[in-house]
Design a protein around this ligand. Sequence first.
Ligand SMILES: *Cc1c(COP(=O)(O)O)cnc(C)c1O
Length: 391
Amino acid sequence: MVSCVNEALVTRMREFGTTIFAEMTALAVRTESINLGQGFPDTDGPAAMLERAVEAIRGGANQYPPGPGLPELRREIAETTRARYGLAYDPDGEVLVTVGATEAIATSILALAEPGDEVIVFEPYYDSYAAAIALAGAVRKPVTLRPELGRFTFDPDELRAAVTPRTRLILVNSPHNPTGTVFTREELAAIAELCVEHDLTAITDEVYEHLTFDAVEHIPLAVFPGMRDRTVMISSAGKTFSVTGWKTGWVRAPRHCVQAVQTVKQFTTFTMGAPWQRAVAYALSEEMPWVDGLRTALQAKRDRLADGLASAGFTVYRPAGTYFVQADIRPLGFTDGLDLARRLPGLCGVVAVPTQVFYDDVAAGRPYIRFAFCKRDEVIDEAVDRIKRLG
Ligand SMILES: *Cc1c(COP(=O)(O)O)cnc(C)c1O
């Protein structure tokens, strides 16, 4: 990870001093570049859902909701999970509303990993995983995703070899940020078998569950034999309904796990903002057709950006899900993605994120940069025009 030394900060957090996002966003502002670094949409979620949040505030939903979340939201979460995946969770005790998936992930790790326990993560990993593992005093054990046949995947033998007697948790993010990989049934089955064999608990980050393309199916790890009762299944409204600023997430897990996570969560934030919970409960029940439209639009945006990057000379990994495209910079004569990402605004007025900052094995990620396509078409087109000047 890119870092700076800060003497005031506890040692276990020092490697997380300054994130690449802060650096790249500052660079984008300074150079007036198009920012395809950060993954947030530049259009709003469904209008009726936004209206529900306004109504909730006007209607007095302005005091502490129950710690586990509003009953109406917990009911909708359980209902959509049952209807979509055939997984049954009791809204009273097996569902917990959190401040985004980020809090769900952090509190799950804090609740379930002892200091010194090992946590397996697939790298490149979402940056909050490493920080949450460090906060818990646990140890991250990366398993590297590498390109093979046009997508990033892992070697099952490497995954198996990463398990030790100290392994406690495995974090599984599918659809995967930043590679766009959606794990296949076979890949998930291999992970599930290992969890059962070694009595591991899985934490699954499924925030892009609805954003898959080309009819690729998202399969939750919890549906595999033996997994429902050893999986903490996490999702969030941010990506599904294009409201990343609402920070409304949730956990589904067996009762004892939800209790554990809630024990930590009650002292981090206690509860989650009431108006957003009301609006998201409405959206889960009524706005899934809007999400179908979002998915279709995103697939077209993926192709728009991927085709543009390919015509600019990059080798492009067209993702099966998420907001992100990986580009291999070597065909254009570059070798180091961090160096290129720092120079890209000056060279052509576009900001991307160097993928290597999400790896412990920096060399494995060196040739890739990540572009976000959850942007208006005219923004993507202008970015592509500018990037073509590189060649
Ligand atoms: C955006 C994102 C999150 C954070 O979700 P919030 O609900 O905004 O906290 C977690 N994991 C991944 C992989 C993400 O891309």
